[in-house]
Design a protein around this ligand. Structure first.
Ligand code: CUA
Length: 194
């Protein structure tokens, strides 16, 4: 108590308070600026790169994928429905994607549907807006369109175990007249077997 009544003590206290208030103001403005920047980045990438939010939550029993149904072996790859819709079905498992080479027609709307048979995987297709996690128990769905023919790399981008760095597939985009539409209406096609 004695010190507080000493002359100069309250002046010192006021100076300390002012410094604290100034530092807090700087901190608050910096935080606001960082949050605003992050929001701006999210909005920009969503609009400019067509980034998509995770698809509506669709569940699947990951332990029974090979036993039949949509993701059984014969259905993996690219299929064309009666209405002409192109759907690619991919299975991710330690440490490969099935099929290893995905073939799609250029400049055509494509729906990608991916599932995991074991742990969390993910993939990105270089140079496109395709970027998703593949979580066991869920179907990851993405809509995209590949404008240019070419070969694109599709690496797994979620650490999934010791073989993670060797887990990748290839996406081969071919001109529409080179894509086997007719065959793809009957069976799933891919470019791994050729
Ligand atoms: Cu699969 Cu990393």
């Amino acid at each position: 108590m004695a010190e507080l009544t000493q002359p100069g003590a309250s002046i010192q206290e006021n100076a300390a308070e002012r410094t604290a208030r100034r530092v807090e103001r700087v901190w608050a403005w910096s935080m606001t600026a960082i949050i605003a920047l992050l929001v701006a980045v999210v909005v920009f990438t969503s609009l400019h790169w067509g980034m998509q939010l995770p698809s509506s939550v669709e569940t699947i029993d990951s332990t029974r994928l090979q036993l039949g149904g949509e993701f059984s072996e014969g259905n993996l790859g690219t299929s064309v429905s009666q209405t002409g819709a192109v759907t690619v079905r991919v299975l991710a498992q330690q440490y490969a994607f099935v099929p290893k080479c995905i073939v799609v027609p250029a400049d055509t709307p494509v729906t990608l549907r991916a599932v995991s048979a074991d742990v969390v995987h993910g993939f990105i297709v270089q140079g496109t807006n395709v970027n998703t996690m593949v979580v066991p128990g869920y179907v990851a769905t993405l809509k995209t369109r590949f404008p240019q023919p070419g070969d694109y790399r599709m690496p797994c981008h979620e650490f999934c175990g010791v073989g993670h760095q060797g887990m990748w597939a290839q996406v081969r985009v071919v001109a529409r007249d080179q894509f086997p539409f007719e065959q793809a209406t009957k069976e799933a096609v891919n470019c791994a077997q050729r």
